[in-house]
Design a protein around this ligand. Structure first.
Ligand SMILES: [Ca+2]
Length: 308
């Protein structure tokens, strides 16, 4: 069980990741960021969902916009206007402490012990790293859901080449991935491979998860002819619990920050020396490019079925 800070733009698959993390990891705090919803709504969602699953941890408020780009539209077509399927009354306000300060102070207080798990745009992590570069060697590891490298045709979900979390703030992602921080990347290459059905969710017998996923499932049935959802963000927690079920490669990774492939994640494909190498001085990161989907899915479902 790791000590984790979970950084989230909490929508439906984030909520599943949070429920899984609450069962299997030691969550020190939840830091929120814009993405699926505005950050104020993310704070309210985190408060509401934590009450629903009985999780009592600090909830912090992070960045409201990308480092350099204008703020794009939210993902309300998939996640509902409130990000959690528009089915729950939310009595909470959006007041919360500073997420970037929380990350910096927690890492400094427990050097070498904190795992940062990021399942939204990477803006909070980039700001923490830029504001306090002394924390870079103190972070145990960073686990992110983001990017796409083209395995099995998984190249993008918001543009043909770009994945949502990275595309929302490509500059933050490029800074993080090309830094000295050790990052494990769970891209679409693996997250799209692990799907759960509406029946799987109903059999969990967790009313809040069933309720918030109804709109998402309807959307998938209409768009893709399958009543189900990819576990996406949840795979960061699967990696912490069962890394042996993932096939990885080590490579430096950069992110395209302009042009028609904005937000595309690139790994270095040639070992040959180049006259100009944008990957020079970037450390090799860990990319997950294949997954034993059945095992990951069954372990997730088994864990959530267990009574506290
Ligand atoms: Ca997310």
């Amino acid at each position: 069980m790791r000590k984790i800070i979970l950084d989230t733009d909490i929508g439906v698959d984030d909520a599943f990741a949070l429920a899984y993390a609450a069962k299997t990891q030691n969550i020190l705090g939840i830091t929120t960021v814009f993405g699926n919803v505005p950050v104020a709504q993310a704070v309210k969602n985190a408060k509401l969902f934590c009450r629903e699953i009985g999780l009592d941890v600090p909830i912090l408020r992070g960045c409201s916009r990308p480092l350099a780009l204008p703020l794009h539209a939210n993902a309300t077509d998939v996640h509902g206007s409130d990000g959690l399927g528009d089915v729950l009354d939310n009595p909470f306000d959006d007041r919360a402490g500073n997420a970037v300060d929380f990350i910096i102070e927690t890492v400094r207080a427990q050097p070498g012990e904190i795992t940062l798990v990021a399942i939204g745009p990477l803006t909070n992590l980039a700001c923490a790293m830029n504001q306090a570069p002394d924390i870079i060697p103190l972070v145990k590891e960073v686990i992110i859901m983001g990017g796409a490298f083209g395995t099995h045709g998984h190249a993008g979900n918001v543009t043909p080449h770009s994945e949502f979390n990275i595309w929302k703030d490509p500059h933050a992602a490029d800074q993080l991935l090309s830094s000295a921080l050790p990052v494990v990347i769970l891209p679409l290459d693996v997250t799209h491979e692990v799907q759960i059905s509406g029946e799987d969710i109903r059999e969990l017998n967790q009313p809040v998860l069933t309720a918030i996923s109804q709109g998402y499932l309807r959307y998938s049935l209409e768009k893709e002819g399958f009543e189900g959802m990819a576990l996406h963000d949840t795979l960061t927690i699967s990696w912490l619990n069962h890394p042996q079920w993932f096939t990885t490669v080590q490579s430096p990774v950069r992110v395209v920050t302009e042009g028609i492939t904005l937000g595309q994640t690139l790994r270095k494909l040639t070992p040959l020396a180049s006259r100009y190498d944008p990957f020079a001085h970037c450390r090799a990161q860990t990319l997950c490019l294949a997954v034993q989907a059945t095992q990951v899915k069954q372990a997730f479902l088994h864990s959530l079925r267990l009574v506290n």
